[in-house]
Design a protein around this ligand. Structure first.
Ligand SMILES: Nc1ncnc2c1ncn2[C@@H]1O[C@H](COP(=O)(O)OP(=O)(O)OP(=O)(O)O)[C@@H](O)[C@H]1O
Length: 247
């Protein structure tokens, strides 16, 4: 029997540049970014408003194209692929959690969670589904529509949907941004467990030093460049570092 070695790096970027607009209106949102995202790590991306955090997340995830440079997901260079091929890579390897939940209003919580698998015609791993639902405390909410759930519950459904297919990497943009502090802490605690206990890889953009302190590693962006990183962060150290950046 042959086994395929898992890639050591879930995602990479080499000399990434991203320009928006032309002429006088041109903005360089990424200015020569090199980054390696190790598997089974929780990485947070921080930096002042406009520093390029969302652009970095979107270009790493293949939602937006680099102007120059290259990026990979699970050893696949996505920069040279067609839109259709990038869509396929996203479907196969990536889970997304956005601030706005992006749940389908007419589907129940359970249907929302299994939607990506249903679309790709993949069977749901019942044991894994039950484990996620148990840990996220959604067992008695599965038949509810999103409108019948609290914000925190809706966001947990969005996280369950991202986890259910065991994607190579999950990209999260301010996942706790719309939640009260208790629901946010629960959600971040769960994301941390998914990394530590299940080996999930997560990359998260956040403004919040407390949210970032759940990560294993923080990348600090300033003016489209990675200017620093921190391991085993605490909220206090992150806050101090952000203050040095003028925020
Ligand atoms: N679609 C776009 N068209 C033009 N300029 C853009 C576009 N998207 C982002 N920018 C610009 O690129 C720069 C980086 O934006 P980006 O959204 O990545 O920053 P950010 O760090 O995520 O900001 P915030 O924390 O405020 O969300 C900013 O100057 C922004 O105005």
């Amino acid at each position: 029997m042959t086994t395929t070695a898992a890639p050591a790096l879930a995602a990479t970027m080499r000399d990434g540049y991203k320009d928006y607009g032309f002429g006088d209106a041109a903005v360089r949102a990424l200015n020569g970014v090199n980054v390696d995202i190790a598997r089974s790590e929780f990485t947070a991306i921080m930096g002042p408003s406009g520093s390029g955090k969302s652009t970095l997340l979107h270009t790493l995830a293949g939602l937006d194209r680099l102007t120059a440079g290259a990026s990979t997901i699970a050893d696949t260079t996505i920069t040279t692929l067609s839109e259709a091929q990038i869509t396929e890579v996203r479907r196969k390897y990536i889970g997304f959690v956005f601030q706005s939940f992006n749940l389908i209003p007419s589907l129940t919580a359970k249907e929302n969670i299994t939607l990506p698998l249903d679309i790709s015609g993949t069977d749901v791993d019942k044991a894994w589904f039950d484990e996620i639902i148990g840990i996220l405390g959604l067992g008695d909410r599965l038949t509810h529509l999103p409108a019948e759930l609290s914000g925190g519950q809706q966001q947990r459904v969005a996280v369950a949907r991202a986890l259910v297919s065991r994607p190579e990497i999950i990209f999260a943009d301010e996942p706790s941004g719309n939640l009260d502090s208790r629901s946010g802490a629960e959600l971040l605690g769960f994301m941390q467990r998914a990394v530590k206990e299940f080996g999930q890889t997560i990359v998260m953009v956040t403004h919040d030093p407390t949210a970032a302190s759940y990560a294993d590693r923080i990348l600090f962006l300033e003016d489209g460049q990675i200017v620093d990183e921190m391991r085993e962060p605490t909220a206090e150290r992150v806050l101090d570092r952000m203050k040095q950046m003028g925020h």
